[in-house]
Design a protein around this ligand. Structure first.
Ligand code: SF4
Length: 169
């Protein structure tokens, strides 16, 4: 909801690179952490102009050099924009993968990413991230997963464990 106004005032990166913090803040103040994001957006635009000749880089290693861009964001950009087999791990992907048993004892998002890309076919990786997010958002929700509505019951380690402990099945 905030990007139309942002893109309308700064239609390209060279303009955004010269933006004033207070102006960007005013446009994006309704989103979370507007202060940090305003600073990062301007610094990111500056770095893209100076280090990458004005073009957004399209590798994870380059993207994570940009202010405000972490590994998850870099994986999202390269997989969604360029269909690269990079797995972005957010809170849903982390939780759902562990519950189902797609990952074993992953301690952080990076370990989850490494375990998932080992087994998910490369051509499915960009979509797999969205499948897990949607499943986590609407079915395998954080507090009380809706197992009775879930088509993954036969394949899910969590479900098998609950059925064994609660019903002795
Ligand atoms: S069976 Fe339950 S725990 Fe397993 S994936 Fe489905 S909703 Fe999640």
């Amino acid at each position: 909801m905030t990007t139309p106004a942002l893109f309308s005032k700064y239609p390209d990166l060279s303009l955004l690179a010269t933006a004033v913090y207070e102006d960007v803040f005013e446009i994006i103040k309704s989103i979370s952490f507007p202060g940090n994001k305003s600073r990062h957006i301007i610094a990111m635009a500056k770095m893209v102009m100076e280090r990458f000749n004005g073009a957004i880089p399209m590798t994870v290693d380059e993207l994570v050099q940009l202010p405000g861009v972490g590994r998850k964001t870099a994986n999202v950009i390269t997989s969604v924009v360029d269909n690269q087999p990079n797995m972005a791990v957010d809170t849903h992907v982390f939780r759902v993968s562990a519950r189902i048993g797609l990952t074993i004892k992953a301690k952080n998002p990076f370990e989850t990413e490494l375990q998932l890309i080992k087994y998910v076919p490369r051509e499915h990786v960009p979509k797999f991230h969205h499948w897990l997010i949607l499943h986590g958002r609407y079915v395998c929700v954080a507090r009380k997963p809706k197992c009775s509505e879930c088509g993954l019951q036969p394949a899910c380690l969590y479900f098998q464990k609950v059925m064994r402990t609660e019903y002795g099945l």
